[in-house]
Design a protein around this ligand. Structure first.
Ligand code: 1HN
Length: 360
């Protein structure tokens, strides 16, 4: 076939000579150079790398230990104020993706601190955010006119384009994990952001309104359909007893432990169209069966101690350690003590696109 092409090409060139067999590579390369000048390229050269048989990830499994993280975040508090930084966050960068501000290909993760008396000024952006509280008590995030006071283990939602500011009237620093779908928004090149003149938004709703109106098994009559949850804070005080009860009654998944999924009470769907989260309790001595799925997952150890083997690498974790499992990497949890794991991933975005798969 290659020979025939060379013969045909030589004839077409009108020089009457038949090109030697090895010339086809040179002819192809010359052709590729010519088409590159016209902003074209041959698919057959890249077919195997653009259509892979199985997911290929650029991410590594990795764990950030809270001892290190907390010390460095506290140190950042002496270098810049929350107001000057706008958000005083140390980014958790996947070791394979340094400089890209991402923990997986689709998600941003960082640790934010707000010191007593500080305010992180009001803004809004196209990216959706969640927070998982690690340390401190009595700081708040104000979202769409409602202040949500936070405590460790609380899971807080700031939906796409919702105005939000944070404040800390308590006398202790507060630290939390931020996860945003920022790399996804930027993949679509659809980022917008806006700042407000006032650092703190006016409070237009009572503290706790969103949880009591939407998170209590009732809904204000006429609540419209929405693809993101109206609940701002899914408190640990309410969620932890549920996974504990599941565990005690033996409702323990062989891979995930006694696990609940945080739900949008309006439609039962994920809390956000791009990200969904779970809380799981693992009994002491739990040895999970291996599992894999196409979503990249960020875990936080809320309580306990254990390890997760990911693709042959053992990630040891204790309280407030954050670890990441890349897409389609097989993982299995092991709990040395009774443990609670929070997790968040890009699963709903993949499901909406018909991409999500799981396996063992
Ligand atoms: C942001 O707005 C917050 O509002 C936290 O607390 C982390 C990371 C990147 C871009 C914006 C916040 C962020 C962020």
């Amino acid at each position: 076939m290659a020979r025939n092409l060379a013969v045909a090409a030589a004839k077409k060139a009108g020089n009457g000579k038949i090109s030697p067999k090895h010339n086809i590579e040179a002819m192809r390369n010359a052709f590729y150079e010519r088409i590159a000048k016209k902003d074209m390229a041959p698919l057959w050269k890249v077919m195997k790398s653009v259509v892979t048989k199985e997911p290929v990830t650029r991410c590594q499994p990795h764990v950030w230990h809270y001892d290190d993280v907390k010390a460095l975040v506290m140190e950042s508090g002496g270098l810049i104020t929350a107001e000057e930084a706008e958000r005083r966050v140390l980014i958790l960068e996947n070791p394979s993706l340094h400089g890209e501000s991402r923990v997986t290909n689709t998600l941003f993760a960082g640790i934010q601190m707000i010191l007593p008396g500080e305010v992180a000024p009001a803004h809004r952006h196209a990216a959706s955010a969640i927070r998982f509280v690690l340390d401190g008590e009595g700081a708040y995030t104000a979202v769409e006119g409602e202040k949500a006071f936070m405590a460790p283990g609380d899971f807080v939602i700031t939906a796409n384009w919702a105005p939000h500011d944070h404040g800390n009237p308590s006398n202790k620093p507060m630290l939390w994990l931020d996860v945003l779908d920022l790399p996804t928004v930027n993949f679509y090149e659809a980022s917008f952001a806006e700042h407000f003149d006032d650092a703190m938004q006016a409070t237009t709703r009572q503290d706790g309104d969103s949880l009591s109106f939407y998170g209590s098994g009732v809904l204000p009559d006429g609540t419209p359909a929405m693809n993101r949850t109206p609940v701002i804070n899914y408190t640990y005080a309410r969620t932890r007893p549920i996974v504990e009860r599941m565990m005690q009654t033996g409702d323990i998944d062989k891979r995930h432990g006694a696990r609940v999924r945080y739900a949008n009470p309006v439609n039962g769907g994920p809390v956000l169209p791009t990200m969904s989260a779970c809380l799981a309790m693992l009994p002491k001595g739990f040895v999970g069966e291996p599992y894999r799925s196409t979503d990249g997952i960020i875990f936080v150890c809320a309580e306990g101690e254990g390890s997760t083997e990911v693709d042959g690498k053992v990630l040891e974790w204790g309280p407030n350690d954050v670890f990441v499992v890349p897409p389609w990497k097989r993982y299995a949890h092991h709990a040395a003590k009774q443990s609670v794991l929070f997790s968040i991933s890009d699963r709903p975005a993949q499901e909406a696109l018909g991409l999500w798969r799981e396996g063992n």
